[in-house]
Design a protein around this ligand. Structure first.
Ligand code: HEM
Length: 197
């Protein structure tokens, strides 16, 4: 699907993408440390960093969502699944399994779209579970939906691993099959070839 952009990644998208990377890095590292603290760790600092970056993640997500629909280079259409995506999903899987050719796709291929749709949904779930942990007294009713506060913690922790898995695949595919896209994400140059990651 064409987004009618003359740039692959306009400045706002690029800034938002790299801010997201920093947010996820800090949240993952501090999350790990909160989960498994070591003796003498500056717990307050680690927790406060987690709290600051969780707000940055949410603000960045809300701005990116707004931009997708109302920004100058709105690009929500690039992420929606269409009939062509349904047809090219299996060929795309075969391509990744090294048993087929890369199908003709729009700016993003169907598996890429699924990943890019999954990430904001996962972020919302992570924010909900995170806020239950942040305000356990006020949100004890919400915690009971998960069974207990301990279950919410476990869920928040497991979801971190899902983030790590999705982002690892994303990074692997960018560097193995679409290195130019990595440069475009930095410099926002015009599109020269289809992205395949
Ligand atoms: C908006 C999003 C988020 C909110 C509101 C949030 C909030 C929280 C809170 C309040 C805690 C408990 C801190 C404590 O008790 O000292 C926590 C722990 C944690 N967070 Fe987040 N967080 C968010 C995003 C993330 C992300 C994106 C990751 C990783 C990808 C992450 C990973 C973790 C981990 C691993 C823990 C430790 C859980 C445990 O104790 O087992 N969080 N988070």
């Amino acid at each position: 699907m064409s987004s009618q952009l003359d740039l692959d990644h306009p400045l706002f998208q690029r800034v938002s993408h790299w801010v997201n990377l920093i947010n996820f890095l800090v949240l993952t590292i501090t999350g790990f440390l909160i989960h498994s603290p070591y003796p003498g760790m500056p717990m307050n600092l680690v927790r406060n960093l987690h709290f600051i970056f969780m707000y940055l993640l949410i603000i960045n997500g809300v701005l990116r969502f707004y931009y997708s629909f109302f920004g100058k280079h709105k690009d929500y259409g690039d992420f929606f699944f269409n009939k062509q995506d349904v047809k090219t999903t299996w060929p795309q899987i075969k391509y990744y399994l090294f048993i087929g050719k890369h199908p003709k796709t729009g700016k993003y291929n169907p598996l890429q779209k699924l990943a890019y749709i999954a990430l904001p949904i996962m972020t919302i779930v992570q924010a909900v579970t995170g806020f239950i942990l942040y305000r356990p007294e006020q949100l004890s009713g919400a915690a009971s939906y998960f069974g207990s506060l301990a279950a919410v913690r476990g869920f928040h922790y497991l979801l971190m691993w899902l983030f790590i898995a999705v982002i690892a695949v994303h990074v692997y595919l960018v560097f193995t099959t679409a290195y130019e896209q990595f440069l475009f994400m930095f410099f926002g140059k015009g599109r020269k070839e289809k992205s395949v990651s």
